[in-house]
Design a binder for this molecule. Structure first.
Ligand code: FAD
Length: 466
């Protein structure tokens, strides 16, 4: 049910203040989309930019009363269309709720508002030798967006993903009620874990207005090792063994030859790998080691280098700090390179680590059978492959995508490791996911949000909204 009358906007303005609401004439283009390839932009009917939780309460009360859909937005860096509102929907932009409320240096936690950006938090923590180690590739992303997508990133191989670092949340329910889940405790066995339920729910269950996050000491020393391999299969086979070695890299990424060539071209990264080695390498592993002790780091780097050679690396290069930083940054921007080169879709399937070689072989087979080029890189240490799919024909592409997702699931994997389902992966999710689980998720959604106003149409539809 959507209230189309202008009296709804008047009421909203009366409750939250004129300076907090912009209607469609002054909504900027950026607020109508995220970065998902192939998602259709929708201009919201209004953008509300609250400064306080009470204003979020007022928005949700008003929207529930009038049956108006509400979609939360961080910075719109998402890759699944999840922050795009449905027609007639209101966007709640959290960019003005961007304060770091507290950093507790003794117990290593921070309390932040949802609009705090990763780069903002990192700059504040760097000054005091701490880090929030979940560091997905787009540093403009917000903590609210990270919580709602259960964001991962390169360091997940060592530190885990967002859900491993969120201790507690303040949430506004669709009814306007405010609850606090979890808190500063490091453990809890007190009924259902609502914090974990909301993490990854893509703004469909509640709006996050505050998060309490675990921090770690910032490592003093780091080194980045680049290992070219003759084949992608050898890289894929090496990954589980690097993990099993117990050397605990903080980054373990693979980059295939096409992606590496594009990265070097676009970002002029100088890696010092001789051209004859580059000519034989079909894939690379990037391994970062960290330690609080210089000599321990040296020993770990030596050990990882020996292991990589034993596992088939052509050679091993410890990158100078500047080149290492450039390569990591360029790898994080691989999405933009794929997009600029005309990629038609991106997948972020996660499979059990030991099945990466089988999945990569299957992906190649599926690409060939559907006349597509598939190139990529990814969080190999997490079994999370980011593949750019080049296939212009939408029918062939849809078939290919379905086959790719099905292959991942057959190996015990999931459709999305970190980007979420949103709208772009919804058809595949609904076709391949266990219907009993989807029905349970729909009932949970109804329990949180009886009128179905919170980000409707994301992940799945409810019977009366498709
Ligand atoms: C170049 C590039 C690299 C990337 N690399 C990674 C990566 O390595 N790992 C990774 O996981 N992701 C990555 N991403 C994806 C993206 O950055 C993440 O999904 C991020 O978590 C989105 O945050 P955001 O603030 O932009 O959220 P948005 O895109 O604005 O929103 C994402 C979802 O969160 C919901 N939401 C936002 N704020 C709230 C709130 N306060 N309460 C409730 N729901 C809310 C929205 O409704 C939507 O469902 C990358 C994106 C780009 C463009």
């Amino acid at each position: 049910v959507t209230d189309q009358s202008s009296s709804f906007i008047d009421l909203l303005i009366a409750r939250v203040g004129a300076g907090t609401v912009r209607t469609d004439a002054v909504v900027v283009d950026d607020e109508s989309h995220d970065e998902a390839l192939g998602a259709t932009a929708v201009t919201p009917r209004a953008v509300v930019a609250p400064e306080r939780t009470e204003q979020v309460v007022d928005v949700l009360r008003t929207c529930t009363e009038h049956g108006v859909p509400v979609t939360a937005r961080g910075t719109g860096s998402g890759l699944s269309g999840a922050c795009i509102p449905p027609d007639g929907g209101v966007v709640v932009s959290f960019q003005r709720m961007n304060s770091i409320l507290e950093i507790d240096e003794e117990t290593h936690l921070t309390v932040v508002q949802p609009g705090v950006q990763l780069d903002q938090l990192d700059a504040a923590l760097a000054r005091i030798g701490l880090a929030y180690p979940v560091y997905p590739g787009e540093y403009s992303a917000t903590i609210g967006g990270n919580v709602a997508t259960n964001a991962g990133g390169m360091q997940a191989v060592k530190h885990g993903v967002t859900r491993h670092h969120v201790l507690g949340l303040e949430l506004v329910l669709a009814t306007g009620e405010v609850i606090r889940t979890g808190g500063r405790v490091v453990k809890a066995s007190s009924g259902y874990d609502l914090t974990q339920l909301v993490i990854g729910s893509e703004g469909t269950l509640a709006l996050v207005t505050e998060a309490t996050l675990k921090l770690v000491p910032r490592p003093a020393f780091r080194a980045t090792v680049l290992a070219p391999f003759p084949t992608l299969d050898e890289v894929a086979s090496a990954v589980p063994q690097v993990i099993a070695s117990g050397l605990a890299p903080s980054i373990l990424e693979y980059i295939d030859m096409l992606t590496m060539a594009a990265i070097q071209r676009e970002y002029s990264v100088e890696l010092g790998v001789p051209s004859d080695v580059q000519a034989t390498a079909l894939a690379y592993l990037v391994v970062r080691m960290e330690s609080d002790h210089d000599d321990r780091l040296d020993a770990d780097v030596q050990a990882i280098a020996e292991l990589l050679v034993k596992l088939g690396a052509v050679d091993v290069y410890v990158l100078p700090p500047h080149a290492a930083a450039q390569l990591i940054e360029a790898r994080e921007k691989a999405f933009w390179i794929a997009k600029a080169n005309g990629a038609d879709d991106i997948v972020d399937i996660a499979v059990p680590r030991r099945t990466i070689p089988a999945f990569m072989a299957k992906a190649r087979e599926i690409g060939d059978a559907n006349g597509a080029l598939i190139a990529g890189c990814g969080h190999a240490g997490d079994g999370n492959v980011h593949l750019a799919v080049f296939q212009r024909d939408p029918v062939a592409r849809k078939r290919l995508m379905l086959e790719l997702f099905a292959a991942g699931i057959d190996l015990g994997g999931v459709i999305s490791g970190e980007h979420g389902i949103g709208t772009t992966k919804k058809p595949y999710f609904l076709e391949l996911e266990d219907p009993t689980k989807v029905a349970l998720m729909q009932r949970i959604k109804r329990a949180f949000d009886p009128r179905g106003i919170l980000n409707p149409g994301k992940i799945f539809d409810l019977e009366d909204e498709s």
